[in-house]
Design a protein around this ligand. Sequence first.
Ligand code: GLP
Length: 245
Amino acid sequence: MTIRVFSTPRAAAHALAAHIAHAVAANPRLVLGLPSGRTPIPLYRELTALCRSRRIDFSRTTTFNLDEFLGVAARDPGSYRAFMQRHLFDRVNLPPGRVNFLNGTVRNAAGECDRYERAIARAGGIDLQILGLGLNGHIGFNEPAATLRARTHRTRLSLATRRANKSLFGNRLDAVPREALSMGMATILRARQIVLLVTGREKARSVERMIAGPLTPKLPASFLQLHDRVEVWLDRGAASRLKRR
Ligand code: GLP
């Protein structure tokens, strides 16, 4: 794993937006995997600024988001789809037809997961996957558990994760869905390049275990150690438990 430490979350976001702009310039048909959550908000702000000043052109880029709440419609303000519209998709020149999302309201969740896997394959696979890290070490909605799932699947959310997502649902824990759809570990690990962006001291312990600890389903992000093109981009807070290198 390549580790980069930035002085602030903003500096990390700025550099990652430049990294994405470079990748899109080199390959305008880039297939980009995207996370939601608080961490990427400064990144999406930077990408919006780059797009407005025509330093990035998303017109031929394709995106796949990692996950969505089960039972929540795209137009519901609490959905990850609505989050992405607010923070990125409504602000940049990404054609709506190139945005791919899991649909949380389908009757047949297993069929929806298969459809997503096929769509990723049809797009030629994910070139660059951006990830965030859950407080408990989850990626996407691959929660700590006795076993992990390889492919896109339906999953139960832990209480900690539902708490972390409360703000999307009017700060009411009882309004946060108990289940979600998420890319699986193999879906994520098949991406050609992965950048995991983590900011904040409260995640320093998970970062330390992810990088220096054993592979364990109790910390799903530890499986990123299996990938040979993973970069971990941290601010000082998230890096605070790592030994100086
Ligand atoms: C959420 C999402 C993840 C996200 C993570 C971290 O529950 N499912 O995709 O990366 O948790 O969120 P945050 O950036 O808000 O800490």
